[in-house]
Design a protein around this ligand. Structure first.
Ligand code: FAD
Length: 394
């Protein structure tokens, strides 16, 4: 990507955010998914930011994409989560693990806004350990038939195609391996339901779906048979970097808001920004911003190095480790920054009418999805201790 292309992409992202804000404000109050998230993104041609230009994307490197997501998440964790589902864990596995025919079939329409994507790994009884999943595939009549339930899936009720992970039905629990499929969501054998009982992130689509002998054509297996776990874990590196980047956006937005509000709000005869304890909140939010920014930058650089040499296992491990650190740090920093911003706003902070209160609700899930705080810590500790033999979940 050239400097001009990068500047143009960031300008398009900025224009998108300017148009999205009033719509997102309204939808947040109305508590419903906002289709403008996708429609406007189509208008500004940002539905495939890191997808190579030959497949209709913008060809963004990892750091530019991370910066774009930070900007989008200033508008809300809901809109950024749509991009994660569509691109970071939707288009990404096809880009990285798909064959040429799969790339040609799914990437250009998804960049044009004609195909919404999602990533279906989690199940009711398999979250932190996807290997405990019960979704199965079997081959019959020249196609795959998939059975199972996927739970808590971003874009799950609006997706046209989902990356689904399933086990061979013929193999028992011992020795079985997961495979990945590009599953189109049409037809009566694919039932979906949006999940609305969420304390925040109202404008993101979170759903469950059930597949009952759902047919998938043979050419839609992603990667080779049994490679599903590797594909899932590789894709989650991309997803986690987007969560971390989004959290940076939350912190940036909280900082903008607290600076503006604390200069304007008068108490005890002066702007509250002049009270030392309010300055403590502002200083800590800025420290959270600067540290999250630095960790995301080094994680994005590590991920980009891995993208450039996809067969280099050491580079992949380094990216995995640095992205896990950035995801843990940025999501916790954003949670603290939003909490401090609410405090600076006082009673108005405890309201969905102002942005800090929304960020506080919305960003909490970032410490859970795409790998919880605890799973990130286990990953970091085992690496520091000396590698795979120290993995606590084994
Ligand atoms: C809004 C939202 C959107 C989501 N989007 C997607 C999506 O698009 N695609 C998708 O596949 N999934 C998605 N998820 C699912 C998400 O990734 C899981 O919720 C997450 O991985 C945790 O799994 P779980 O909820 O089953 O919790 P569990 O795995 O049951 O964990 C419960 C608690 O136990 C802890 N724990 C588990 N194992 C260990 C261990 N070995 N050591 C220490 N602690 C442990 C966890 O850290 C956690 O604190 C989404 C979730 C939400 C809430």
């Amino acid at each position: 990507m050239t400097n001009e292309e990068r500047a143009k992409l960031m300008a398009d992202v900025e224009a998108y955010c300017q148009e999205l804000r009033p719509i997102e404000e309204l939808c947040y109050v109305e508590r419903k998914f906002n289709p403008a998230i996708a429609d406007l993104a189509k208008k500004h041609n940002i539905l495939g930011m890191p997808v190579p230009t030959k497949y209709g994307g913008r060809g963004a490197d990892s750091l530019t994409y991370a910066r774009s997501l930070a900007r989008i998440n200033r508008e809300g964790t809901g809109p950024r989560t749509f991009f994660s589902g569509q691109t970071s864990i939707g288009q990404y596995p096809i880009m990285r693990y798909g064959n040429e025919a799969q790339k040609q079939k799914y990437l250009p329409p998804s960049c044009r806004g004609e195909c919404t994507l999602a990533f279906g790994l989690t199940e009711p009884d398999a979250g932190s350990n996807p290997l405990e999943g019960t979704t199965t595939w079997r081959k019959e009549g020249g196609k795959y038939l998939i059975n199972g339930v996927k739970y808590l899936i971003s874009n799950g009720s609006i997706a046209d195609a989902v990356i689904v992970f399933a086990f061979d039905k013929e193999i028992g629990v011992k020795g079985r391996k997961m495979s990945a499929f590009i599953v189109e969501t049409g037809g009566a054998t694919f039932e979906k339901e949006a999940l609305h009982s969420k304390p925040g992130m109202y404008t993101a689509d979170t759903a469950m779906f059930q597949m009952n002998d759902h047919p998938v054509p043979p050419e839609n297996m992603l990667g080779e048979e049994g490679a599903g776990f590797r594909i899932a874990m590789g894709s989650l590196i991309s997803g986690r970097l987007s969560v971390a980047s989004g959290c940076l956006g939350v912190i940036e937005d909280c900082l903008i808001d607290v600076c503006e509000y604390s200069k304007m709000r008068m108490q005890h005869g002066k702007p509250i920004a002049k009270h030392q304890l309010v300055q403590d909140h502002i200083a800590m939010i800025e420290i959270m911003r600067a540290t999250a920014d630095a960790m995301i930058e080094r994680a994005a650089i590590a991920k980009e190095a891995s993208e450039q040499s996809p067969n280099d296992k050491a580079l992949l491990a380094e990216a995995d480790y640095k992205v896990a650190q950035a995801k843990f740090w940025a999501s916790n920093a954003a949670w603290q920054a939003a909490d401090r911003a609410v405090q600076v706003y006082g009673g108005r902070g405890w309201s969905e009418l102002y942005r800090p209160g929304r960020h506080l609700q919305d960003v909490r899930v970032c410490r859970i999805y795409e790998g919880t705080d605890e799973i990130m810590k286990l990953k970091i500790a085992s690496k520091v201790l000396g590698g795979k033999e120290w993995e606590a979940f084994k």
